[in-house]
Design a protein around this ligand. Structure first.
Ligand SMILES: [Zn+2]
Length: 270
């Protein structure tokens, strides 16, 4: 885990409030999670970044992107000059490198045809639709689909303003996943809650990843995802954009376009 230093302005801040934000799970994060299961492993999950109170809300609106894409977008729109890190007697801060180094590895998104399609669907309904669509998509891709998905749930608490579990905000992950014949696939729903009556944001995604053996780099065959905006109390948890990535294949492209068209009221559901 890195110390709480804002990814955008390099400001070190009090992490007692909030600020550690999770972005879309990319193949690097999937690799990290696999290694994290080994004893003695410590590290910072690659899809998470710290954001100071000035930058957290803008960052939260981009949680459907990968961290790298979100940072590119945020830095492009941030008008702030990059301040020098403050001098301090804190040796931990002095050891933080100015830029993060990532291992060089093949781009998991290489060769993907990407698109965004306007939709209008409740995020929980989108999650259900992705579960139904997954086997249809697997069949269209010509991939064997002989295994049941295993479903797991995980709740992570975020202590803030003196409130702790079970009275503080939390995030729920509902993930249905399988690995078989070098293909990893899953459908997941991530939701962040201020409290049980007040959803902060949520996203649903479907992914199919090709990884011939556990030590190989992963590459995407297909991924679909959609996220709500940052919600105020009483807002409907609506997804307005479906992000699509898939390998070049006209039949699969048409199938996904048809699926996306059905995710709006009056959309063509064929
Ligand atoms: Zn900042």
């Amino acid at each position: 885990m890195r110390p709480p230093i804002c990814e955008i302005c390099n400001e070190r801040f009090d992490s007692g409030s909030e600020g550690l934000i999770s972005f879309a799970v990319d193949a690097q994060t999937e690799d990290f999670d696999r290694r994290a299961e080994q004893p003695g492993f410590v590290g910072h999950r690659p899809n998470r970044g710290w954001f100071c109170p000035n930058h957290a809300s803008a960052a939260r609106e981009l949680v459907d992107l990968t961290l790298g894409d979100a940072l590119s977008a945020l830095r492009a729109t941030s008008s702030e000059p990059k301040p020098e890190p403050k001098p301090s007697g804190d040796s931990a801060e002095a050891q933080v490198p100015p830029t993060r180094r990532r291992p060089r590895r093949p781009d998991a998104d290489a060769g993907l045809v990407e698109a965004e399609v306007a939709v209008d669907i409740d995020v929980f309904e989108l999650h259900k639709q992705l579960l139904v669509f997954r086997p249809v998509l697997m069949a269209a891709l010509g991939l064997p689909d002989e295994v049941e998905l295993e479903t797991r749930t995980k709740r992570s608490w975020t202590p803030m303003d003196g409130a702790r579990e079970p009275h503080c905000p939390y995030s729920d992950l509902l993930a249905s996943e399988a690995q078989h014949n070098g293909i990893e696939q899953g459908v997941s729903l991530d939701s962040s809650w201020w409290n049980p009556d007040n959803l902060a944001n949520a996203s649903a995604r479907l992914y199919i990843i090709d990884r011939p053996s556990p030590n190989d780099w992963a590459s995407y065959v297909c991924r679909l995802s959609g996220a709500t905006d940052h919600l105020s109390n009483g807002d409907d948890p609506v997804v307005r954009m479906l992000r699509i990535g898939h390998r070049e294949d006209a039949g699969v492209a048409a199938l996904i376009a048809d699926f996306a068209a059905g995710l709006s009221p009056g959309g063509s559901a064929s």
